[in-house]
Design a protein around this ligand. Structure first.
Ligand SMILES: [Zn+2]
Length: 436
């Protein structure tokens, strides 16, 4: 409505956050020596005691007990903390902020692009301060606003995680919806790339590649439509020929199975995966991104849609039982579990960072150990994103992305997970909690 004003506002926000970040950070070249009380080794999937990490020029130079601090190094005493690789959220929607209403996504998509970018910058900062140093953003970002946001963050113009983006979701006609009100059908063209046949599927992937996406996200099923087998096969073949992965939104077992048979790399949500589909996924090396919530967040969300008393309790119990059961079966069958929050809600009291990290807690509640839960958001997620060569593990030569949680994360997982002390991204201190 006031584009000039909004643009000015964005510039001001960017500028002030730049100054804040610049003031909070030591010069990039100054070495940092971290004395960690505990350290999560995502490669061995275990917690180690009394480890030290030496960081210089954005990279982990040394790691082990009793390192000596080079001259001029900043020594960080994190002896009462647990240091882990920076978390990776493999399913975000930074450009979506949705109220819990029936027309949530339609309404959220009506706000101007400038305002969406401004919101996204705030969410990126919140994610970073929650310990998330990398995200894979999978659509609902207009027409490639995610590519713009990735650029802003990569250039250091605002604080936020390193982004990997999908661009608009490739979907069957009608987008991701059942039936839309006529006034809301705009959202399909604005937010999706509708696929009409195999040749068009191929063209869509090539268009996305031209825009510089990192991954192709497909919507396999809505409530009543699915991508045809020849369409999903053409998408996977074109993406893989060009060296990028494909991940599929699939809420039903049959659509997940069709996607896996067509060769997708991962399944998003997968609420109702059968044992036979999980076995197929394990065989083909496809991962699952279970976009679940913890019991506490489920209660807040259910209350937000007006459900109360026994109805609410039963609904939560049934949903969580289904979620937990498929997490346990996925683990049993050897399917890699990758953390992805899908947290895009505007819920009072649950900020973006907290809401995003909550998914890791949900896996812990499903029965994964602290180490296994953490691994979904580090080693596994880095593997799924194809960045395990430099991210997701704390070891010599890796990018210095790390997070320190208060206390002993292994022993007090639910409490420590949301108590972030320090976040380091690319060797720079990007967040430090205020002293208590
Ligand atoms: Zn999603």
């Amino acid at each position: 409505m006031f584009p000039a004003f909004t643009r000015l506002f964005i510039t001001t926000v960017l500028f002030s956050s730049l100054i804040l970040t610049a003031n909070a950070q030591p010069p990039a070249s100054k070495p940092i020596l971290i004395r960690a009380g505990k350290l999560y080794d995502s490669e061995k999937n275990s917690f180690l005691s009394k480890q030290e990490i030496l960081i210089q020029d954005g990279v982990i130079r040394q790691i082990g007990p009793r390192l000596s601090a080079p001259k001029g190094a900043i020594v960080l005493d994190l002896s009462r903390h647990t240091v882990a690789p920076g978390l990776i959220d493999a399913h975000t929607h930074l450009l979506l902020n949705q109220k819990q209403t029936r027309t949530g996504m339609e309404d959220a998509s009506k706000i101007p692009a400038e305002e969406r970018m401004r919101q996204a910058l705030a969410f990126a900062k919140a994610d970073l301060e929650a310990g998330i140093t990398t995200v894979r953003d999978v659509g609902n970002s207009g027409q490639f606003l995610d590519v713009q946001l990735r650029k802003l963050l990569a250039e250091g113009k605002a604080p936020g995680p390193t982004m990997y983006v999908s661009g608009p979701i490739l979907s069957p006609p009608g987008g991701q919806f059942g039936k839309l009100a006529p006034a809301d059908t705009f959202v399909i063209k604005q937010e999706y790339r509708v696929i009409r046949g195999a040749a068009d599927a191929r063209a869509a992937v090539l268009e996305h590649l031209k825009q510089g996406v990192n991954v192709i996200k497909v919507c396999m099923n809505t409530d009543n439509r699915v991508l045809a087998p020849e369409e999903i096969k053409a998408i996977v073949a074109t993406a893989h020929e060009n060296g990028i992965p494909v991940t599929a939104h699939a809420t039903y077992d049959e659509s997940a199975r069709d996607a896996v048979l067509a060769g997708v790399d991962g399944i998003e949500h997968g609420y109702a995966l059968s044992d036979s589909t999980l076995i197929l996924m394990a065989k083909r090396g496809a991962y699952v991104v279970p976009t679940d919530v913890s019991r506490e967040k489920a209660a807040i969300m259910v209350a937000g849609i007006g459900m109360k008393g026994k109805e609410a309790e039963d609904y939560i119990a049934t949903s969580l039982n289904t979620f937990h059961d498929r997490i346990r079966r996925a683990r049993e069958k050897g399917v890699m579990i990758v953390a992805g929050s899908d947290y895009y809600f505007d819920i009072k009291g649950v900020g973006r960072g907290e809401g995003s990290v909550d998914v890791v807690l949900s896996y812990f509640e499903a029965g994964l150990s602290a180490a296994d839960a953490l691994r979904t958001a580090t080693y596994h997620a880095a593997k799924a994103l194809g960045i395990l060569t430099h991210t997701g593990i704390l070891k010599k030569g890796m990018k210095a992305d790390l997070v320190a949680f208060d206390g002993d994360l292994e022993q007090t997982f639910p409490r420590s997970l949301t108590k972030v002390k320090t976040v380091i991204k690319g060797g720079k201190m990007v967040y430090q909690a205020a002293e208590k």
